[in-house]
Design a binder for this molecule. Structure first.
Ligand SMILES: Nc1nc2c(ncn2[C@@H]2O[C@H](COP(=O)(O)OP(=O)(O)OP(=O)(O)O)[C@@H](O)[C@H]2O)c(=O)[nH]1
Length: 796
């Protein structure tokens, strides 16, 4: 019985009578007890299965109906995508690509599907709050996809450890290190060096064909670059959010990485190592996975005990230091005779001890700057993060790719290369989207999976784009993006039929999520207007419907702006449209509207809070680095920090802002912090760095004011705060609050709250004997249950 069926059986008070039940669909026809699909879905599924079957080539004839139905469900009955996926997965590639290309062309020729009568009817209905929630598909998530937290593809694009070429962007410090190394090697080998340090933009180009010029040539130092990378730089090895998860296979190992200990390759059945043994001998980067499920990585469930058991060994004992030195010295001895098993074991131990090595590089001395005075002096531009949200395939990545291209953040050659590569994959229309969609899975599936970060500047403001995935499977990643956003750009596909299906899909859910997470300003890019001949009527229709639900969701009319545009063609993005059919629009372009944003208030005088968004190891120069946005306060090189929940002190060895070394940074800035005095095992994505004199507390319970998206009762939930997510339960509903005044209304401690209500809840975090979770008011939290977003709001 689904949770909603169970709820229906409860003796609910009369205010719940209008609830029309939940949906837990049997989309794959397995008859597994889930509710049957709606009539419309069944029709789509049957017609889709036949159509896909007809399109599949003979070499994919073994594909089962179930696999077809799964693909159709996954791709919203998109025949073309389903066929493409099935061919890619089950048939030899070259033929599959041809077929998908043919499909694409066929679809283009056919144009877009028209709205059905039913859809027409639904659109013209007056907006009601109940309807608002009724058809959102949070409940449609198939069981096997429930709340899968997809670890970000490594390395990621943009500021936080990525690049436009699959390899991470290089920090200045790393670039210098690489340059020095290369120079030394070239001197050794007698080869002449041409300038090594080049702007990052140039390095995004790997093509060095005629006319590329030396400026565009990539570095080819094989010792400091992974073979698959076109850049000759050491790769920042990012630490996974879950220390018990294996680093993905395509993750490039840096040259300086600690050798792996093959603990999990022992064929002998053996008991799990004790905490002591794990602490002493395991290499944190290669710790074998101990998770029993791939569902939902819950850092605080699996690691809450780690700091407790590891604390006594946080620093090396004198013996450790001696053993580490001995093992290092032994390592210098060159090649010896083949090792016996016993010797191998000893090596493993030595390596394990080395993995615990303490960063003994001298601590950076603080310049004791008055950071706030420095900040005022610097006349820094406004800094703003915005999250790009919207239904899958609304054109978010393409639009942002276009924006970066038109503002010269991405150059013509890079776009040409993406276009060529995309054409080779039969996906030429995705070339601009690839500026943001960097992962191979993202490119082959044509969907964004994780948040991509990119930067651009206007005269007034330095913007960071957080391009969120639209697909419902990746909502946790979207939440991570929304948590860092100052405002949102909602992209809507204006083409016939797609606007309507987007409304049913993630358009509403995303808008609601960002609002309930504190985002107040929203710009709506009414995209793909080229597909409806720049119809003003269509634009106005969309504007009316969307502003109606946005105001109901709590956005003030003055904070909502609409821009008619085409991301693919660039109309009204960075330049006004030159289309005669679009001449009715006299308003600002998207970039102008972004620049109209009020400066974001920075919490400069509050205690330092920096949530870790990413962790990576970069080699000798920067052994352990993190990146993230400073939420409040300021910091400078040499400062001591406290990492919570581990309770470990560490120091700032060096800082970077926008790949440039910096002495200080303040709230609102995205920084890379190179740390010393701390081991990797004490840091996880989602942890918080704060000042030791005013640290964030680890808590095991909190009260929050949330908007209920679903029925709430005392129930298990997963608590999301940005990239942090931890298991917990709603212990009690304290009160239902008035939407306008926030004053408690109705009976105290109701047993249940229905969708749309604002309620005060007490949430207990499931941290076992652990230290709790670093959370404090007014953090934005999202509560999810079984893959559904059930509530979102603010800690009190
Ligand atoms: N005609 C037209 N097509 C567009 C426009 N913008 C995007 N597209 C196409 O729409 C498809 C999806 O674009 P994406 O940018 O990947 O969409 P997305 O919203 O980022 O998708 P997800 O990140 O997976 O949610 C691609 O084929 C684009 O070429 C537009 O303005 N006009």
């Amino acid at each position: 019985m689904s949770r909603h069926q169970a709820l229906r059986n409860l003796d609910l008070d009369e205010e719940l009578d209008d609830f029309d039940g939940g949906e837990d669909y049997d989309y794959d026809g397995s008859g597994d007890g889930a509710e049957e699909l709606s009539e419309e879905d069944q029709e789509n599924m049957t017609a889709g299965t036949i159509a896909v079957r007809a399109e599949l080539p003979p070499q994919a004839s073994h594909v089962t109906d179930k696999q077809i139905r799964e693909a159709l469900w996954h791709y919203y009955y998109d025949i073309e995508k389903s066929v493409g996926y099935l061919i890619n997965t089950y048939a030899p590639k070259p033929k599959a690509q041809k077929k998908v290309k043919a499909q694409e062309e066929k679809k283009k020729a056919q144009g877009y599907r028209l709205m059905s009568d039913e859809e027409e009817g639904r659109c013209s209905k007056p907006f009601s709050f109940t309807d608002f929630f009724k058809d959102t598909p949070w409940l449609n998530v198939p069981l096997e996809r429930h709340a899968i937290m997809i670890p970000p593809l490594l390395p990621r694009g943009g500021l936080l450890g990525g690049s436009s070429d699959g390899a991470p962007k290089m920090s200045k410090l790393q670039a210098l290190a690489a340059a020095r190394k290369k120079k030394a090697q070239e001197q050794k080998s007698g080869s002449s060096s041409t300038g090594v340090e080049q702007p990052m933009a140039d390095l995004t180009l790997s093509q060095s064909g005629p006319g590329s010029g030396s400026k565009d040539k990539t570095l080819t130092d094989s010792t400091s670059a992974p073979k698959s990378s076109s850049r000759g730089f050491p790769i920042r090895k990012r630490k996974d959010s879950n220390p018990h998860e294996k680093v993905p296979k395509d993750h490039h190992e840096p040259e300086q990485s600690t050798p792996d200990i093959p603990m999990d390759t022992e064929p002998v059945e053996q008991a799990e190592p004790s905490d002591f043994a794990t602490t002493m001998f395991s290499n944190t980067s290669s710790t074998p996975p101990r998770r029993t499920s791939s569902l939902f990585s819950l850092p605080y469930a699996t690691t809450a005990t780690a700091p407790t058991s590891a604390d006594p060994f946080a620093g090396p004992s004198p013996d450790d230091v001696v053993i580490a030195a001995q093992s290092k010295a032994a390592g210098k001895g060159g090649k010896g005779p083949p090792k016996t098993n016993g010797q191998k074991r000893t090596d493993q131990i030595a390596n394990g001890v080395e993995a615990l090595k303490v960063d003994d590089t001298p601590r950076a001395t603080s310049k004791n700057l008055d950071v706030l005075a420095e900040f005022k002096k610097s006349m820094a531009k406004n800094a703003a993060n915005f999250v790009v949200i919207g239904h899958v395939d609304a054109g978010k990545s393409t639009l942002m790719g276009r924006l970066l291209y038109d503002l010269n953040v991405v150059d013509q050659r890079t776009i040409d290369r993406y276009r060529k590569e995309a054409e080779n994959m039969g996906k030429s229309s995705f070339a601009l989207a690839w500026v943001l969609d960097q992962g191979s899975e993202e490119r082959s599936r044509g969907v964004t999976i994780d948040i991509a970060m990119n930067k651009f500047e206007t005269e007034k403001t330095s913007f960071t784009i957080l391009d969120a995935p639209g697909h419902r499977d990746f909502i946790p990643n979207m939440i991570a993006g929304a948590a860092q956003a100052d405002f949102a750009v909602l992209v809507i596909d204006a083409s016939s039929g797609n606007f309507e299906s987007g409304l049913k899909g993630q358009t509403k859910e995303h808008a609601l999520l960002v609002r309930s997470m504190g985002v107040q300003r929203i710009i709506i890019a009414v995209n793909k207007l080229d597909t409806v001949s720049w119809s003003q009527e269509r634009f106005t229709e969309i504007q009316n419907q969307v502003s109606s639900f946005l105001t109901t969701a709590g956005f003030q009319a003055k904070n909502i702006a609409f821009i008619p545009c085409s991301g693919l063609l660039g109309d009204n993005i960075a330049r006004c449209s030159t289309e005669a059919a679009a001449s009715w629009y006299k308003g600002p372009t998207l970039v102008e509207e972004l620049d109209n944003s009020e400066p974001i208030a920075r919490a400069l005088d509050k205690p330092l809070r920096l949530t870790i968004g990413d962790i990576f190891r970069g080699g000798v120069q920067n052994p352990l680095s993190i990146s993230g946005r400073i939420e409040s306060g300021s910091l400078q090189t040499g400062d001591a920090l406290l990492a919570q929940p581990a309770g470990q002190k560490c120091f700032i060895k060096a800082l970077e802002i926008d790949q440039e070394p910096a002495d200080w940074a303040v709230a609102g800035q995205n920084v890379v912090v190179h740390l010393s005095g701390i081991e990797e095992q004490y840091l996880k994505i989602g942890d918080v760095l704060s000042s030791p004199s005013n640290p964030i507390q680890n808590i095991k319970q909190f009260t929050a004011k949330v908007l209920a998206f679903e029925f709430l009762t005392p129930m298990q939930v997963d608590v999301h705060r940005g990239r942090l997510h931890a298991p917990g339960r709603i212990k009690e509903i304290v009160a239902v609050l008035d939407k306008g005044t926030g004053i408690p209304v109705g009976k105290k401690k109701p047993k249940i709250a229905k969708p749309g209500m604002i309620v005060r809840v007490v949430v207990e975090l499931d941290v076992g004997d652990g230290k709790g979770v670093p959370l404090e008011a007014p953090a934005r939290v999202v509560l999810r249950s079984n893959g559904e977003t059930v509530a979102a709001g603010l800690l009190e």
